[in-house]
Design a protein around this ligand. Structure first.
Ligand SMILES: C[S@@+](CC[C@H](N)C(=O)[O-])C[C@H]1O[C@@H](n2cnc3c(N)ncnc32)[C@H](O)[C@@H]1O
Length: 185
């Protein structure tokens, strides 16, 4: 499924078209600022990590099941965010936590939605532990059963919350991004 964003990503050294989803959201909501420390969950192949670096982030720590090609001046942990041994390796506090975590789709919509929500809950758990007060959170979620409850829960912990669908996200895809700005701690 090659399209204009895939070609653009490859020619601009961003590795994946998904990089434009983050860049478009950031252009509008300014979630990443210069010198911010970023935790990027589900980072393979590294498009968001490279985009965050180009925006001017300081430390960028990526985590994924799959190993990434190293990216200069970034850190990477290979493992599942659902396993304690991976989570235990995350140290420190971050101004921004990003999650583009996505389950392998099975074709069974309600199963995929449930798996995506599990990953999103894990990202939120990590935010409660590692996100600085006033920090920002961006989580990809497959919209479906349970999404509204998850959104309502996140809302209580941020000064501004919104569901966003950047232009680079395919219309037919059930993914949306839940944005939380200004973590209350
Ligand atoms: C859409 S891709 C991320 C693309 C990335 N944002 C980029 O711009 O290059 C989703 C990633 O989530 C990862 N993932 C899914 N479940 C995971 C888990 N339990 N632990 C860690 N990573 C996981 C997948 O391996 C996959 O690489």
């Amino acid at each position: 499924m090659h399209d204009k964003y895939t070609d653009k990503a490859l020619s601009e050294g961003l590795r994946a078209r998904s990089a434009y989803k983050l860049l478009q959201i950031n252009n509008k909501y300014h979630i990443i600022k210069r010198n911010d420390n970023i935790l990027d969950l589900g980072c393979w192949p590294g498009g968001w990590m490279i985009a965050a670096k180009r925006i001017g982030a300081n430390k960028v720590l990526g985590i994924d099941l799959a190993e990434i090609e190293p990216i200069e001046n970034t850190e990477f942990i290979q493992g599942s965010v659902l396993e304690n041994k991976t989570i235990a390796k995350i140290q420190g506090a971050f101004e921004v936590i990003l999650s583009d975590l996505a389950p392998k789709t099975s074709g069974n919509r309600s199963l995929d939605v449930a798996r995506s929500l599990d990953l999103s809950e894990t990202a939120f758990k990590m935010a409660k532990k590692h996100l600085k007060v006033n920090g920002n959170l961006l989580i990809k979620v497959f919209q479906g059963e349970g999404y509204q409850e998850f959104f309502n829960k996140i809302t209580k912990h941020f000064t501004f919350t919104k569901t966003v669908k950047p232009e680079a996200s395919r219309q037919r895809s059930m993914e949306v991004y839940l944005l939380g700005i200004g973590f209350k701690g």
